[in-house]
Design a protein around this ligand. Structure first.
Ligand code: CA
Ligand code: CA
Length: 238
């Protein structure tokens, strides 16, 4: 499901007789929620803008099958989740086709954290390749790994998922890992980077994890000093 912006979202499920189980990013939002009459239940969670793995089971027991999923956030009043926010059309949700997918986030230093967002029934293997020449990381459960790259660069990371019936799906993304300290992202260290890091350290705003040069997970004047020293050394070497 595509979430249009960072916010707290309330999901509403309205159903007739039946049981509903719903997960977002593998976290239960509704767990075996039982409806004995046409009723509505709701649950809230904070979500960031982007694609999220969304799974819903609806077991219908008696009467006319009906199921409606709605949502609301701080700026949007309750409405049915539009089809354009669904990767798979509603009518095809009975069997989930195998679809490898992940998101990633740049962290401190050269850390990149990955989030598995693959969809599909009966996935038996998740095979991560971080594109840096290290062997594939093979898991038999969904994981959200972190890769610490040796150096800055562009890496082609790939996730392959395999299901119990021999199906396979692959998703790749090019990941630009910045040079630690290169906070203006121009591919080199300069005095401008040191100034920006000092501003981050002083004001604690617009924090860029690439500013953490000494990898202590904090942005301080020491990081700016290290960038300055690297720049000075570059000048002296020339
Ligand atoms: Ca720079
Ligand atoms: Ca630091």
């Amino acid at each position: 499901m595509y979430i249009p912006g960072n916010d707290t979202y309330t999901f509403y499920v309205a159903s007739e007789d039946g049981t509903v189980d719903m997960k977002i990013n593998r976290t239960e939002l509704f767990s075996n929620c039982i409806f004995s009459d046409p009723v509505e239940a709701n649950s809230s969670t904070h979500l960031c803008k982007g694609w999220h793995n969304f799974t819903i089971w609806y077991h219908h027991t008696a009467g006319n099958a009906s199921f409606v999923l709605s949502w609301a956030n701080s700026t949007m009043s309750k409405q049915v989740v539009p089809d354009k926010n669904m990767r798979t059309p509603r009518t095809e949700l009975a069997t989930l086709p195998l679809n490898a997918f992940f998101s990633y986030k740049l962290g401190f230093g050269t850390d990149v954290s990955f989030t598995d967002l693959s969809l599909g029934d009966n996935i038996t293997e998740w095979r991560w390749n971080f594109g840096d020449g290290t062997p594939d990381e093979i898991c038999n459960a969904s994981t959200n790994p972190t890769c610490m790259y040796d150096r800055a660069g562009v890496y082609n990371a790939t996730l392959t998922v395999v299901n119990g019936t021999g199906g396979m799906s692959t998703h790749s993304e090019l990941i630009g890992v910045p040079i630690p300290g290169d906070v203006n992202h121009d591919g080199k260290l300069s005095a401008a980077d040191a100034v920006l890091i000092l501003q981050m350290a002083a004001c604690d705003i617009d924090i860029d994890p690439a500013a953490d040069v000494n990898l202590d997970r904090a942005i301080t004047s020491l990081d700016a000093l290290m960038v300055s020293q690297a720049v000075m050394k570059g000048v002296n070497d020339e």
